[in-house]
Design a protein around this ligand. Structure first.
Ligand SMILES: C[S@@+](CC[C@H](N)C(=O)[O-])C[C@H]1O[C@@H](n2cnc3c(N)ncnc32)[C@H](O)[C@@H]1O
Length: 416
């Protein structure tokens, strides 16, 4: 009874649902905190939690997932550097470009933004980045700006590492020039008063947070982000998070590998339409006829400038698959993923997308198969693990659920 009251409190106050972190994990964390506070009774702990700001923050710190790295989804940063910056500079010759990164976790995302802008030729005094997270401990690490190898997972980040970091005792210290461009604050996107008095931003990054939220919380977060973004401003999101925005007043930015939306110049009232209860990327409402395209060679697409067909570059196939899935062409999206996998046999993101699509099609067994392939190739793929937990919960396979939750917990313990 009290345990579920604490679950409900967490969901209401910070958005994270027990299903996302696993009810058993949550129970374990609560018991751990009760022992630390020398409280034996759950009801007493609930009262303590709701009256002690310090205990509340400690519990939040224990359950958040701070997984992040430099230039995560590097295409989004290239897009920011090449497209947005040049457009913005030509229109606004004196204004300051304002960017928000929420949640910023240990700082890799806002610092990647700052490095991108400096590299794109932006003068230091022409932009600034505000970075917000609910967790004090990740903010402390972000302000310190010292990182280990796990923060550099992409080859793009290695390029920037040689230029903006110095090596100190096997760690990498970000330069003062970059550090000074980012201001870190504590904040809660689930809070009704979140940045209530702030001026709107030109660009917002809000990636890999809403995936842990339920539908009501997502709509709440969406309203804050809409208010905080200028008309025409760009919102970068996580790959599975885009549909909710595109269906509620934002338009999709169509650029290969980039997960972003633009706030429409004229505000469209949100219609509270959420595609999938578990933050899926595709809508079952848009299912095409159950016809499966036979693709035995790379897909042919029309070039924008000529009537001649082009053979789409294999690296773009996954982007095409994502677009097809977003448009509701699920079978075609699957076939395109398969064509992509013919060339890139070990691409975990393609398996992940197939898992999402099969789940949207209601084919849970297949979804499990593809999420399993994802975590086989990328053992720390947190989203795939969360989807797997939910699917096994649906099948009431407690053994698998317990195993996967332990795995997720180990990842979180390591990355916290
Ligand atoms: C997975 S990280 C995402 C970091 C970065 N945006 C990225 O995509 O790499 C999620 C972060 O969300 C933060 N968080 C969780 N709930 C939050 C809330 N209600 N408001 C602000 N930050 C929150 C956590 O502390 C954690 O650092």
């Amino acid at each position: 009874m009290t345990h579920s009251a604490i679950e409900a409190l967490l969901e209401r106050k910070i958005g994270i649902s027990a299903a996302a972190i696993g009810p058993e994990n949550l129970l374990k964390v609560i018991r751990q905190r009760m022992r630390a506070c020398q409280i034996e009774n759950e009801q007493t702990y609930y009262v303590h939690l709701t009256t002690s700001i310090q205990e509340w923050q400690t519990l939040v710190e224990t359950i958040v997932v701070p997984e992040t790295w430099f230039f995560r989804n590097h295409e989004s940063f290239s897009f920011l550097g090449k497209n947005i910056v040049s457009q913005w500079q030509s229109i606004n010759s004196h204004a300051i470009l304002r960017i928000l990164s929420i949640p910023c976790s240990t700082g890799e995302e806002p610092y990647s933004i700052a490095m991108t802008l400096l590299d794109a030729g932006f003068f230091e005094h022409r932009f600034h980045v505000d970075a917000i997270d609910i967790s004090e401990s990740v903010l402390q690490r972000a302000k310190l700006g010292r990182y280990t190898l796990t923060s550099f997972r992409s080859k793009e980040s290695l390029f920037f590492r040689t230029r903006y970091f110095s090596e100190i005792e096997n760690q990498y210290q970000i330069s003062a020039k970059i550090r000074n461009k980012v201001r870190f604050f504590q904040g809660n996107l689930r809070d009704d008063n979140f940045l209530r008095h702030n001026n709107p931003y030109d660009v917002i990054f809000c990636r890999n947070l809403l995936i842990y939220w339920d539908d009501a919380a997502k709509m709440h977060g969406l309203k804050h982000l809409e208010r905080l973004l200028k008309p025409g401003g760009i919102l970068f999101v996580g790959h599975a998070e885009r549909p909710v925005f595109c269906e509620n007043g934002f338009e999709q930015v169509r650029h290969p590998g980039v997960f972003a939306c633009r706030k429409l110049k004229e505000t469209v009232k949100p219609q509270s339409r959420i595609v999938q209860p578990v933050s899926g990327t595709v809508s079952p409402r848009k299912l095409p006829p159950a016809k499966r395209l036979k693709v035995t060679q790379p897909i042919l697409v029309s070039s924008a400038n000529s009537t001649k067909p082009n053979i789409e570059h294999p690296e773009n196939l996954l982007t095409t698959a994502q677009k097809l899935a977003d448009q509701g062409c699920l079978q075609e999206a699957l076939t395109t993923c398969e064509a992509h996998l013919d060339i890139h046999m070990d691409h975990s993101q393609a398996y992940f997308l197939m898992g999402i699509i099969y789940q949207a099609l209601g084919e849970d067994k297949q979804a499990i198969l593809y999420f399993n392939k994802t975590v086989y190739l990328e053992p720390e793929h947190v989203e795939a693990l969360i989807y797997l937990i939910r699917l096994f919960e649906k099948q009431r396979d407690q053994k698998q659920v317990a195993y996967l939750r332990r795995r997720l917990q180990r990842i979180r313990a390591r990355t916290q």
